[in-house]
Design a protein. Structure first.
Length: 282
């Protein structure tokens, strides 16, 4: 007696699911993402004597270094109102993106044992990394706001400060999208991590972290390119809200939102396309 088998219904073990099914599976792992991120926040600096204090000390020390070099030696902030707060916002918020993207690029290579042992959507590792950086950044943002309030010239708290929440939300979405792209590239080419470190350094200068974009008033093309830089918009909008008590323009919101959601869509698809390759020995 023979039995016919419908081969069309058979699926290869470990085959990449459809993109929609992949997104659904990511939602199913939401609890794992949160608890993994929370656990790594607690243990991230446990080998250091100062522990999690480095989350705040790192941007503080960077800020002091940039203030000494750019503010005192080079006088780059001479025409900027409240240059201290201007610099603090730039250093603290830019570090959030730097840490998120750098950690995302290592999410696959640093978790190969887990990938080999268990079957789960690999994007959860990148998402958990970005959630971890967001949770780690909460005390950093609080410290940033306290410094802006207490360091002269003191800034006054206003309701516009609440706009910092959607600004950081869009920054988080952008970080995740870019991180998904870098996670795939770095999983295949480890050299991508080295290139990324130089790229982030150049990006820092293109985001007006410690100087004003008015320096390029005589170069409209360069100024326009810099204004469409998503991280410049993050810093510009945060400064408008926290220092100048102004509501960022709809143009700024539109530029940042388009960058954030476009990067997330591109990053998600780009990462999903290589789902079956992660964890394989090269």
């Amino acid at each position: 007696m023979t039995t016919s088998v419908n081969l069309r219904r058979l699926k290869r073990v470990g085959a990449r699911p459809s993109f929609l099914d992949y997104l659904v599976s990511l939602w199913d792992y939401r609890h794992f993402i949160y608890y993994d991120a929370k656990a790594r926040v607690r243990t991230g600096n446990e080998q250091d004597k100062l522990g999690s204090a480095w989350l705040i000390l790192s941007p503080l020390l960077n800020g002091l270094m940039f203030y000494f070099v750019m503010g005192i030696l080079l006088h780059s902030g001479g025409k900027i109102k409240n240059f201290v707060a201007y610099l603090i916002i730039g250093v603290f918020l830019f570090q959030f993106t730097t840490r998120s993207i750098n950690a995302s690029s290592r999410a696959i290579s640093s978790n190969r044992n887990v990938i080999h042992a268990f079957k789960f959507p690999r994007a959860t590792l990148v998402i958990a990394t970005n959630v971890r950086e967001l949770l780690s950044n909460v005390p950093v943002i609080v410290t940033m706001l306290i410094l802006i309030i207490i360091l002269p010239p003191n800034e006054q708290i206003s309701m516009r400060w609440l706009l910092l929440i959607p600004i950081i939300g869009l920054q988080l979405i952008f970080n995740l999208g870019f991180g998904l792209i870098m996670a795939r590239l770095a999983a295949r080419f480890n050299d991508a991590n080295h290139i990324l470190s130089y790229g982030m350094r150049a990006w820092m200068y293109l985001s007006c972290m410690f100087f004003s974009i008015d320096r390029f008033a005589g170069m409209p093309v360069v100024k326009s390119i810099m204004e469409h830089n998503p991280l410049y918009q993050v810093l510009f909008m945060a400064r408008e809200t926290l220092i100048y008590n102004a509501t960022p323009s709809w143009r700024s919101w539109t530029i940042l939102a388009l960058w954030a959601f476009s990067m997330l869509a591109i990053g998600a698809i780009f990462f999903w396309k290589a789902e079956e390759s992660y964890g394989r020995e090269l």
